[in-house]
Write a protein that binds this ligand. Structure first.
Ligand code: SF4
Length: 206
């Protein structure tokens, strides 16, 4: 049995008066895993399971025909992408950033495409901000407070005080004073943006 642990919700609205259903992107992901399993082991799994951190696991049936078609479509996309790169296209022009696509991606800090598309209307629980560090100062309690003039972000533009208890992040913010940075994986706590264990600081070009 293929099992996939998910940190986010595995169900989405099923439409008016319909029960919630498994997120289509997750269902397709399991079908692709099933196709990969078939490719290496020579047998199709009958079912695959999504296991959320909270709530009950959900099984989905594997239709070999649908899984094969999806795998072929994915391979075609890879070929198309590689052909575009070979023809000299800029990879940034080939990106398709969006609220759901980029939500859990680990490349926010270095991906220009996502910053060009990012909007305060994106409903992210972990935020990313880009802007000028006006000032950053360590406190006597081992924290660092940074005032950042946020211009591009998943939160509205404006000046925010960002607090971190991670020494490396605090040191990076102090070094970055009067320059533009990107800070990722922030959470709102008590109306203030704070870093999380997965937060990072990147230099942002003018
Ligand atoms: S952040 Fe960039 S690399 Fe990551 S999914 Fe979005 S567009 Fe792709």
């Amino acid at each position: 049995m293929i099992e996939d642990y998910k940190t986010g919700a595995i169900l989405e609205a099923g439409g008016e008066r319909l029960a919630p259903k498994v997120r289509e992107s997750y269902r397709q992901q399991l079908l692709l895993y099933a196709a990969m399993h078939h490719n290496t082991e020579g047998v199709w799994p009958k079912r695959a399971r999504l296991i959320p951190l909270e709530g009950e696991p959900v099984d989905i049936a594997i239709d070999p025909q649908e899984a094969s078609a999806l795998a072929m479509a994915a391979l075609t996309l890879v070929d198309t992408y590689n052909a575009a790169l070979a023809a000299g296209r800029d990879p940034r022009d080939l990106a398709c950033p969006g609220q759901d696509t980029c939500k859990w991606c680990g490349y926010h800090g270095v991906c220009d495409a996502v910053w060009e598309a990012m909007s305060p209307e994106w409903e992210w629980s972990y935020h990313a901000v880009e802007g000028l560090v006006l000032a950053a100062q360590p406190t006597s309690r081992g924290l660092t407070n940074a005032d950042v003039n946020v211009e591009r972000s998943s939160v509205p533009s404006g000046t925010y005080r960002i607090q971190t208890d991670t020494p490396a992040v605090g040191a990076a913010l102090v070094r970055a004073q009067r320059s533009r940075v990107r800070i990722t994986n922030l959470r709102f706590v008590g109306g203030r943006l704070v870093t999380t264990p997965t937060s990072g600081v990147w230099s942002a070009q003018e």
